[in-house]
Design a protein around this ligand. Structure first.
Ligand SMILES: CC(C)(COP(=O)(O)OP(=O)(O)OC[C@H]1O[C@@H](n2cnc3c(N)ncnc32)[C@H](O)[C@@H]1OP(=O)(O)O)[C@@H](O)C(=O)NCCC(=O)NCCS
Length: 150
C-alpha cells in the first residue's frame, strides 16, 4: 500500500469510494465538481493500482484545519489504512505550519484511536460552519466533532 496525492484521473474512483459510503449514511456525499475543484487537497491510499482509501486536508485558518471525506474501501478496513492516511494528512498540515486538526464524523472511536478527543461543536469557531449550509443535513447536523493538537 502506498500513500500519494490525488490526480485528476483519480476523480471517478474517489467519487465512487466516497459515495458508496455516503449511500450507507456513513459520510456525506461529494460531487464530481467538488472533487475537481479541491483535488489538490486529497491524499490517497493505493494498493495494486486500486484506490483503497481517501481523505482531504482543508485549511481553514492560521491554526485550524479539517480532515474531510475520509473513507477506506470496505474490503480493506481494520488494516491500519485509515490511521496511515490521517498521519499523512497531519504531516502535511504540520509542513504547512498548522498544528490543530479537527473532523466532523460518525466514527469518533476511529479518531480517538488516532489521538483525537471529542469536543463540543459549540467550541468550534464560526468559520467551521460556513460550508454547512451546502450540506444535505443542514441544519440538523448529527456528526460528532473531534480535535487534536499535533
Ligand atoms: C472510519 C474508517 C475510515 C476507518 O478506516 P480503517 O482503515 O478501517 O481504520 P484503521 O484500521 O486504521 O483503524 C484503527 C483503529 O480505529 C478503531 N476503529 C476503526 N474502525 C472502527 C469502527 N468502525 N468502530 C470502532 N472503532 C473503529 C479501532 O480501534 C482500530 O484499531 P483495531 O483495528 O486495531 O481495533 C473506515 O471504517 C471507513 O471508511 N468508514 C466509512 C466512512 C467513514 O465513516 N468515514 C469517516 C468520516 S469522517
Amino acid at each position: 500500500m502506498k500513500l500519494r496525492k490525488a490526480k485528476i484521473a483519480d476523480v471517478e474512483e474517489m467519487m465512487s469510494l466516497i459515495n458508496n459510503n455516503a449511500e450507507q449514511g456513513l459520510m456525506l456525499p461529494r460531487s464530481r465538481n467538488m472533487l475537481f475543484e479541491n483535488i489538490r487537497e486529497f491524499m490517497l491510499a493505493e494498493e495494486d493500482g486500486q484506490i483503497v482509501g481517501v481523505s482531504s486536508l482543508h485549511i481553514l485558518w492560521s491554526d485550524l484545519a479539517e480532515i474531510r471525506a475520509l473513507a477506506v474501501d470496505n474490503n480493506h478496513r481494520r488494516q491500519g489504512i485509515g490511521t496511515k492516511i490521517v498521519k499523512a494528512i497531519e504531516e502535511e498540515a504540520l509542513d504547512l505550519g498548522c498544528s490543530r486538526l479537527f473532523a466532523l464524523t460518525y466514527q469518533p472511536e476511529f479518531f480517538k484511536s488516532c489521538g483525537y478527543e471529542e469536543v463540543s461543536k459549540d467550541q468550534m469557531p464560526q468559520k467551521v460552519w460556513r460550508e454547512c449550509i451546502n450540506c444535505i443535513k443542514f441544519p440538523n447536523c448529527d456528526e460528532i466533532a473531534v480535535s487534536r493538537i499535533i
